[in-house]
Design a protein around this ligand. Structure first.
Ligand SMILES: [Zn+2]
Length: 91
């Protein structure tokens, strides 16, 4: 039996063990973006757009480099959907 702790006057919070992990029902999203600068020092800021396919998003960097060979700094953002799962469902 897991311990119980009184919270407030009428509500009880039951301690549960939780884990966090990937939510398989939702897709990750990948975005690559250019951090290169134009000759005037302005940040380029071009990006791949949000893509479910990481390889396609990465491929955008090579396409961008082909047209802007002095833009060699890039960043990558990846959204990973997560879900919290209790060891057992609260009753
Ligand atoms: Zn660029």
């Amino acid at each position: 039996m897991l311990p119980r702790r009184e919270v407030g006057r009428r509500r009880f919070f039951r301690f549960l063990r939780w884990t966090i992990g990937p939510d398989r029902d939702r897709e990750p999203v990948h975005l690559f973006f250019c951090e290169g600068e134009d000759e005037d020092g302005a940040r380029c800021g071009a990006d791949s757009g949000e893509q479910a396919d990481a390889g396609a998003a990465r491929e955008w960097t090579f396409t961008h480099l082909r047209d802007h060979q002095d833009h060699r700094s890039y960043g990558q953002l990846t959204y990973v959907p997560l879900v919290m799962v209790p060891e057992e469902e609260p009753s």
